[in-house]
Design a protein around this ligand. Structure first.
Ligand code: SF4
Length: 331
């Protein structure tokens, strides 16, 4: 998947897992190392304003009512208070254990349990009970499954729509990399297309080996383009993080690549290191630099560009989708 360390995710399965590695254990076996750099001081603009009220506690209580475990706090998302305050959240399906070892991501690596066939119904019930209008559904990478978990995504979309007519659904998917996997995944997703299709590139191609081992830049671009070709009416979206060692020219080239693969919307945010074991932050890009990238992105033809130090893939996803013309499907 993507947008992991920094996004708001709520795993909705509690199935037992066979093997689970976190932090040092996960990253130590990452085949590509990165330079050990002295930690940078966080600039003032990476500050999180805590909203008033107890919305966070209320939402957590509701999640626990549904016997759900929240990893939003563990993921260290800088927007957790704002999102919980607004009553929005991103749901993580297909378990809490990933088959990949991305060096920026705080999700555990290991051998995941089989998909839970009851999960789509449980997710749909939760969304309906929380009266959400816009949801993002994401997952870990499931390289152990022939379709990468796409049929499970489709089942969740179907169940959520049945329980909450009018809901708008964005899916933030893995890359479905592997022989025949993308074809199987696209066929499965076509059974229940989302309102927005999101797949994050995460970084520029030169950094894939250190940042996203197991992934392939061109593969991810192809996935976005092929989904759009199948569903011309569904906006596509991607995101990258800055601060991992990329140059401005590399960022621009990546944005151009996204447009060349018909991607409609993009998110650009600052990478924040979830633990000392993860990829270090090599630079804090300034708010002005993010604003300039937003302008450049809009000039390239994206229908929406969210760029800022605290922007995350799911941050203001509802507003972004509205700007791209995705309206309440109930009218
Ligand atoms: S593929 Fe797995 S390790 Fe990589 S970002 Fe997604 S959840 Fe994290």
């Amino acid at each position: 998947m993507s947008d992991t360390a920094s996004s708001k995710r709520i795993p909705i399965t509690t199935l037992p897992v066979v093997e689970k590695q976190l932090g040092d254990a996960k990253i130590a076996r990452n085949r590509a190392g990165f330079d050990t750099a002295a930690p940078l001081r966080k600039p003032d603009w990476i500050r999180i304003r805590l909203p008033q009220g107890n919305a966070v506690q209320e939402l957590k209580a509701k999640l626990r009512e549904h016997a759900l475990v929240t990893v939003c706090e563990e993921a260290s998302c800088p927007n957790i208070h704002e999102c919980f305050h607004k009553g929005t959240a991103t749901f993580m399906i297909l378990g809490e254990v990933c088959t990949r070892r991305c060096s920026f991501c705080d999700v555990a690596h290991g051998r995941p349990a089989p998909p839970d066939p009851l999960e789509p119904k449980r997710l749909a019930r939760t969304i309906a009970d929380m009266r959400l209008k816009y949801v993002v559904i994401t997952s870990v990478d499931r390289d152990d499954l022939p379709d990468g978990g796409a049929a499970h995504f489709a089942a969740c979309v179907r169940a959520a729509r049945a329980a909450s007519p009018g809901i708008r659904i964005e899916i933030l998917t893995p890359d479905f990399r592997g022989k025949g996997r993308m074809e199987r995944a696209l066929a499965a997703l076509a059974e229940a297309p989302p309102d927005v299709f999101n797949h994050n590139l995460e970084t520029v191609p030169a950094l894939y080996r250190e940042v996203r081992p197991g992934a392939d830049y061109q593969w991810s671009l192809d996935l976005l383009k092929r989904f759009k070709a199948q569903h011309p009416g569904v906006p596509t979206k991607s995101g990258i993080m800055l601060g991992l060692g990329e140059t401005l020219e590399q960022v621009r080239a990546t944005l151009r690549d996204l447009r060349a693969h018909d991607v409609d919307m993009v998110t650009i945010g600052q990478y924040l290191q979830p633990t000392v074991h993860h990829h270090p932050v090599l630079r804090y890009w300034t708010p002005d630099e993010f604003s300039a990238l937003r302008e450049e992105g809009m000039a390239m033809g994206f229908s929406h560009v969210a760029a800022g130090p605290l922007v995350r893939s799911s941050y203001h996803a509802d507003l972004q989708a509205s700007a791209a013309g995705v309206t309440d499907s109930a009218g």
